[in-house]
Design a binder for this molecule. Structure first.
Ligand code: ADP
Length: 255
């Protein structure tokens, strides 16, 4: 049996008085494409941010490649289990946000070479070769010398995807990658993500409200509500044959 690349075990997460996750458990296998769906405020972004180490859980285990990210200190405070592992995870996990967050004063190429140079220690030339390869992959090989403002929102989001891919992550996280885009630009971004999913060499966790897209690309769909996983399974099981009223009601909105 292969070891899951990512495991959430009994995750609790509160922001002050607000309890967002009560008991969230999920394993993701290497190469698996998992879409997380659920009502607004149910904690989808928080799950992604915890895996990106941008948020700490309040309890439970987040295990990446067999190693825990955090350990509980005596006073209930979560601290890094191993700083070295945490740094490795940060460079092995790529993230694409709702808003593209490109550096406006840098060319498209430089936007994609900053992290490999400063985090991975690649030479400028190596980083540029990788960046151009990834920009070509997302169909933007001719935009290397442009600035973000000269690109459409869809193109900027494709740059953000290329920028994450340059790091050669083992896991890619997408947090509603098309929700900030005009409707006519959504398709080109989804097509790039679908392409990546079909290559099958990376695990992907997607938070999305694009149900048709989730149906097409996902190996598994996870529905969360009230701070826990309510249902999960193949797209045909979860989206076409929901078992709980909660999921049935949620899916009604997309019909
Ligand atoms: P979703 O992505 O499912 O819409 P989120 O994970 O963004 O949900 O948020 C879950 C809940 O946690 C929301 O009620 C949100 O307001 C709250 N929340 C998220 N981040 C913070 C934060 N940094 N501080 C306080 N509350 C937060």
């Amino acid at each position: 049996m292969t070891q899951p690349i990512v495991q959430f075990k009994g995750i609790k997460k509160s922001f002050d008085e607000l309890e967002v996750m009560k008991d969230f458990t999920l394993d993701v296998d290497p190469g698996e494409i998992v879409s997380i769906i659920g009502p607004s405020g149910s904690g989808k972004t928080t799950i992604i941010r915890m895996l990106m180490t941008l948020e700490k859980p309040s309890g439970g285990d987040i295990i990446v490649e067999g190693e825990n990210l955090w350990k509980m200190e005596s006073k209930g405070k979560m601290v890094p289990a191993d700083e070295k592992h945490l740094r490795k995870v940060r460079s092995n996990v790529g993230m694409v946000f709702q808003h593209f967050n490109l550096f406006p004063h840098m060319t498209i190429l430089r936007n994609c070479t900053e992290a490999p140079i400063h985090v991975l220690g690649l030479s400028k030339k190596e980083a540029e070769t990788r960046a151009i390869e990834m920009l070509e992959k997302v169909g933007l090989g001719d935009k290397v010398d442009n600035y973000p403002v000269q690109l459409s929102g869809g193109q900027q989001q494709r740059v953000a995807i290329a920028r994450a891919l340059v790091m050669r992550p083992k896991v890619m996280l997408f947090d509603e990658p098309t929700s900030a885009l005009d409707p006519e630009l959504v398709g080109e971004v989804l097509a790039v993500i679908k392409d990546l999913a079909q290559q099958g060499d990376m695990s992907m966790i997607l938070v999305t409200h694009e149900m048709d897209f989730a149906w097409q690309v996902s190996d598994r769909i996870v529905f969360i509500a009230d701070g826990q996983l309510v249902e999960h399974g193949k797209p045909s099981e979860v989206l076409d044959n929901p078992k709980s009223d909660r999921l049935r009601n949620f899916l009604e909105r997309f019909r």
